[in-house]
Design a protein around this ligand. Structure first.
Ligand code: GLN
Length: 206
C-alpha cells in the first residue's frame, strides 16, 4: 500500500504521520508524476483558494480526476472536501467537480467559531469519533449516489462517501484516533476495516 497526500499546502504532514502510524507508506504529492503507482490520495485541509490555485499551477487537476476515474480511492478533508465538490456557494475557489455534493465554505463562521464534536460515523463502529472542525465547510446538497456517513445533530452532513471517494468537513489527522484513516486505507484496497478491531490510536502530532 502506498497512499499519496497532496502536499502543496495545508496539513499534509499530519496525514502522512497518521498513515505511517497504521503501517501504510505515505507519499507527498507535489507534481503529477508523484501520483504514479499510488493506491489512493488524500487532499488535506488548509485553504481551498490557495489549494485551487496551486492545483492549477502544477497541473494536478486532470491527473487527480483520472485517478478517480481509474477507481483509486480519493479522500478530501476540509479544504480538500471543497476541492472535490461539484459546486460551492462562491465562484472562487474552483472545485474539481468530482463528487456529487454541494458545499458551503466557512459554514460555521470565523476561526473563533471552530469547534469539536463527538460524532457517530457509519462503518466505524459504536464508539464516537472526536471530530475537530476548523473554519469548516458543510455539505448543503447530497447527490443520489452519495452516502452520508455522519451528520451534525441538526442533520447537516459532515462525512460522505461516493464509491471510491470520501469527504469529511473535519480534520481526522489532528485526532488521536486513526479509524477514519484505516477505513480509507481499506477503501484503497488495503486490509478490510474491522469496526470491532482494537483501536490503534496515534499520538497527536501538535
Ligand atoms: N476555511 C477553509 C477554506 O475555505 C478550510 C479550512 C480548513 O481546511 N481547515 O478553504
Amino acid at each position: 500500500m502506498n497512499i499519496g497526500v497532496l502536499a502543496v499546502q495545508g496539513d499534509f504532514a499530519e496525514h502522512c504521520h497518521v498513515l505511517r502510524s497504521v503501517g501504510v507508506a505515505a507519499t507527498e504529492v507535489r507534481l503529477p508524476k508523484h501520483l504514479e503507482g499510488l493506491d489512493g490520495l488524500i487532499i488535506p485541509g488548509g485553504e481551498s483558494t490557495t489549494l485551487s490555485r496551486l492545483m492549477s499551477l502544477y497541473d494536478l487537476r486532470d491527473p487527480v480526476a483520472d485517478m478517480v476515474a481509474r477507481g483509486k480511492a480519493v479522500w478530501g478533508t476540509c479544504a480538500g472536501m471543497i476541492m472535490l465538490a461539484n459546486e460551492i456557494t462562491e465562484e472562487d475557489p474552483v472545485p474539481m467537480r468530482l463528487m456529487d455534493v454541494g458545499v458551503q465554505r466557512n459554514a460555521f463562521g470565523r476561526q473563533v467559531d471552530s469547534f469539536e464534536q463527538d460524532l457517530l460515523i457509519r462503518g466505524l463502529g459504536n464508539r464516537e469519533y472526536h471530530a475537530i472542525f476548523i473554519r469548516a465547510p458543510v455539505i448543503i446538497r447530497v447527490g443520489a449516489e452519495v452516502e452520508v456517513l455522519a451528520a451534525l445533530a441538526d442533520g447537516r452532513p459532515v462525512a460522505v462517501q461516493q464509491g471510491n471517494m470520501m469527504a469529511t468537513s473535519f480534520h481526522p489527522e489532528l485526532t488521536a484516533d486513526a479509524r477514519i484513516h484505516r477505513y480509507f486505507v481499506s477503501l484503497a484496497g488495503g486490509p478490510a476495516y474491522d469496526p470491532d478491531a482494537p483501536l490503534i490510536d496515534t499520538p497527536r502530532v501538535r
